[in-house]
Design a protein around this ligand. Structure first.
Ligand SMILES: *Cc1c(COP(=O)(O)O)cnc(C)c1O
Length: 474
């Protein structure tokens, strides 16, 4: 592709992106497609001869976009809503153009150092200590796997050479994310050795139950090695008692990992900083700028007080000759600290985001999201047909229609089938509840208000006939 051709197609693509961001509310959040539809619409074999960029872009519009679930839609309220903000998209474009791989410092000094600088800025904003080393991974799942591997290395260093270890046990709340179980699985801990600690009425891990489980395992001859606290659980965004869990971790000499994938961002705000009280004692912590910090997927941060252990757990007896590089004082070779050798230049988009919004700008948007969530919860509480199902800690509202699980599942199905908003569900205290997570940079009060009206009008009257106020198709 000649630079001239690139320029003209590039301008077209930038225009498409700008139009997309401007008009996204006109698109259905969820696509109306059947499994296999795109596969059937595309040729079974790749083209022998190259095609024009115009033809490719036309098919992108015609075939790809209609099958997309629009995570960047301001009324995407399912799971945790996320944002590819303008500066984030621009950073991603430039990172693709530079296409560096900073596995070693010398394979891209600026990419290596910008990663340290951006993570250093965030570390200060989160109130984490200076001795926390930060590294970017693709996802929190990968970051937590590295934390569990480091915990295993510390508890059973023989595992590196022999692959064998005593019966190690790991502890996390019953509301911890599935990535913790899967990390333990991948680290060879065994699912039977993962303890799901019961939680209190507000879905927070009970420290007394944690201590009791550790004692029981010790008495049975097992070796507790790691405890994971969650700051912002996936179902309800409840925050475990980080400080108390840290005290127990130290008492039993366990690796202490904090999963703050979603709510870590909230700690940028003075009034929420306390959720990470006690985090200075943690051995590691994950948080996801690709969740609630306006950074396009993917970018997750793993901070650790013990980079030496991360490095040791992945070190070979002898590095292959093509990767031998001296680690000088300030020349960090990031691949030494991660299973992945190759590294995308992810920090560039984060740097763009942090500079474009600034800490105050970010705080203002996050506070706005939380105000919208509290406001919605008030309206839900004011409608006798509904109830709020969990405390609204940040920007997620869990609620349910006062009816059966089936009625709630059907209600969710009707809301999502309308295409105007996308919510998800979870189970709390054995009951199915709806989740509405606010977190997209473009979400407005109006988006939330309209969605609440659609939810209310999606309730079927007692007779079972459709609601009086019909749903307008898009
Ligand atoms: C979303 C989430 C994860 C998983 O994040 P990925 O980056 O998709 O792996 C882990 N833990 C919590 C608490 C989450 O909310």
């Amino acid at each position: 592709m000649s630079p001239e051709d690139f320029r003209s197609s590039g301008h077209q693509v930038v225009d498409m992106i700008a139009d997309y961001l401007r008009d996204i509310r006109d698109l259905p959040v969820l696509p109306d497609v059947q499994p296999g539809e795109l596969i059937d619409a595309l040729p079974a074999a790749g083209p022998e001869k190259g095609e024009s960029m115009d033809a490719i872009l036309a098919d992108f519009r015609k075939l790809i976009v209609p099958g997309i679930t629009h995570w960047n839609h301001p009324r995407f309220f399912a799971y945790f809503s996320i944002s590819a903000s303008g500066p984030g998209i621009l950073g991603e474009m430039l990172a693709a153009a530079l296409n560096v791989n900073h596995m070693l410092w010398k394979t891209s000094p600026a990419a290596t150092e910008l990663e340290q600088v951006t993570l250093g800025w965030l570390r200060q904003w989160l109130g984490l200590p200076d001795n926390f080393f930060g590294i970017i991974h693709d996802t929190a799942s990968t970051g937590s796997l590295h934390a569990i591997l480091a915990a295993r290395e510390l508890a059973a260093p023989e595992v590196r050479l022999t692959g064998e270890h005593p019966p190690l046990t790991l502890y996390a709340s019953e509301h911890a994310h599935s990535s913790i179980d899967r990390g333990a699985l991948a680290a060879g801990i065994g699912l039977e050795n993962v303890r799901h600690v019961p939680s209190d009425d507000e879905f927070r891990m009970r420290p007394d139950a944690l201590a009791a489980m550790i004692e029981a395992d010790l008495a049975a001859g097992r070796k507790p090695f790691c405890v994971v606290a969650t700051a912002g659980t996936t179902s309800t965004t409840s925050v475990d008692h980080v400080e108390d869990i840290g005290v127990i971790a130290r008492r039993y000499k366990l690796w202490f990992h904090i999963d703050a994938a979603y709510a870590g961002s909230a700690a940028l705000l003075e009034e929420h900083r306390h959720i990470l009280d006690g985090a200075a004692q943690a051995d590691s912590l994950v948080m996801n700028p690709h969740k609630w910090l306006f950074t396009p997927v993917d970018l997750s941060i793993l901070y650790t007080r013990r980079p030496d252990v991360m490095r040791r757990m992945l070190s070979l007896e002898e590095a292959p000759p093509y990767l031998q590089a001296a680690e000088q004082d300030r020349a960090v070779n990031l691949a030494d600290y991660s299973l992945a050798l190759g590294r995308r230049f992810r920090s560039l988009k984060l740097w763009f985001v942090l500079r474009y919004f600034g800490r105050e700008g970010i705080a203002k948007i996050l506070r706005g999201h939380m105000a919208m969530a509290r406001n919605l919860a008030r309206q839900i509480a004011g409608d006798s047909r509904f109830e709020v199902a969990a405390p609204v800690v940040f920007s997620l509202v869990c609620f349910r229609y006062r009816g059966s699980d089936e009625e709630n599942r059907n209600l969710l199905g009707r809301i999502n089938a309308g295409g105007r908003a996308f919510l998800s569900g979870t189970t709390l205290h054995g009951k199915f509840v709806l989740r509405l997570a606010i977190g997209n940079v473009a979400t407005s009060e109006d988006d939330v208000r309209q969605t609440w009206e659609w939810i209310r009008s999606s309730v079927l009257p007692a007779t079972g006939s459709p609601a009086a106020e019909p749903l307008n198709p898009l």
